[in-house]
Every structure is written in C-alpha cells, then in structure tokens.
Design a protein. Sequence first.
Length: 265
Amino acid sequence: MVAAVLLLLLLALAGAVYKPSPETGTQTTPTVVQTTSPEKQYDVLIRYTESYRKSIDYIEAGQGNTFLVVTLEIHNNVDQSFDTDPSNFYLIASSVKYTHDFSATDYLPDTLRSVEVLKGGTVTGSIAFDVPVLTTSYQLFYEAPFTSFDINWVHNVAATTQQSQEQLIMESYNWNTAASTITITIRNVGAVSIDASHTNVFLNGTPVNGSLGTGCVTTLTAGQACVATFSVPSETYVVGAAYPLKLVTPDGGVFSYSVIAGGSS
C-alpha cells in the first residue's frame, strides 16, 4: 500500500510540472502590428512649368539664345516665411549655372514679385532665364541667405507652348560639294511667325555659320518662304550619302531633315 501511495504521489507531481512542447501544445495566432512610414512632409511645395520666347517686350535674348520662362506656384507649409525674390532662384543646364535675367523678368506680365509667403500661403509668378536655344533639360534651385528649406519641386508639362506651335518645312535643297555650300528653301507653314535669321543650322551635328543669316528675312510670317545659302563645315562627306540637317529656332523648335552630299531636290 505504501508503494502504491508513493507511485500516485509521483504521478501527480509529474503532471503538475509537465508543460506541452511547441509540437504538442495548443497553437495561438500571433498578433501582427502593421506600421506605415508617414509620407515625407516638405517645407515648401513648388509646381512649375516652362515656355520659350525669343523676346520679352522690347528685350531680345542673346545671339543663339532664347528666354526660358519658368512659371511657379509656391506654397509654404512651415512657420518660417519664404522669400520669393527672383534672385533667389537659379537653374543648371548642361553643368552651367544660369541666374535670372532681371530686365526680361521685370517685363513679364506675371512677374514673380519679391514677397514673404507665410505658412499656408500660395503665390504664383514667372521668371525669365537667358539660355541657349537647345536648353530643354534643366534643374531648378533655390538659395536665400540665412535660410534653408526642404523643397518639393514638381514639374508640370505645359499643354501647349510657342515651341510646339511652329511648323517649318524644307521645300528644296542643293548641296554643291565643289563649292562646299548648301542652298535651302524653307517655308513657314504654321500660324506662328518664326525668326528665321536667328535660326541655328546644324549639319551632321556641327554648327553651320551659327544661323541662316541674311539669306532669310528676320521674321518668317505664316506661309512665307525664304532661300538661304551657307558654307558646309570642313568635314569629310561621302558623295551620295545622306546627312542630318537640323534647324533650331530661337523659341526652341527643332526641325530635322535629310540632305545628300552632292544632291538636290
């Protein structure tokens, strides 16, 4: 009887200390805590778009240049005021820094004025930069003394611009390889006038005399044509081979054609 009692006590003690293993015990569904990173909050939001103009009022862009007019919508999200002085903005294109053109900017109908934008405030306005006509890719920056802002730059593409409205065709050409000259006839078939005399010419990627020059009238109005003759850059051209000829207007329009060395049409 004593042995039986001791056996019962041992079995009871074993049951009290037994714990089920993970394999044999009951399973519970773990609690999953989902965490999301908060969206980054910028100090200032600036939406911008651009257009191209060869002149603003009576002010002409530099030779081979155009005015890149950037229109901005600025919204301040922080307590620190934001100074919209145009001189605080600059752009970099092809590793070159361009500050705003003071005179051209001042004559814009929607000039960005120098004001202090408080928290929650929004202002709009435009700034003009005198840049090369081929400037289509650029980056904007803001720099003001004794201030630092985390800016969200949002680029909006304009639906229509002066650049996209130009239409220029080449009606004929003659490449005189003996005289190293090309004569072309171009016609404006669009509704927008084109500054032909300041239109740059590129043959096989090489500039040709800078522009069409005196061969074409200063302003090529709708439907008007002109004839220009220019010297061919001193390169090796294969007679009978085709080469790209590009015309770039002061407003940034790029028109591509193909001409054959020693040929005409």
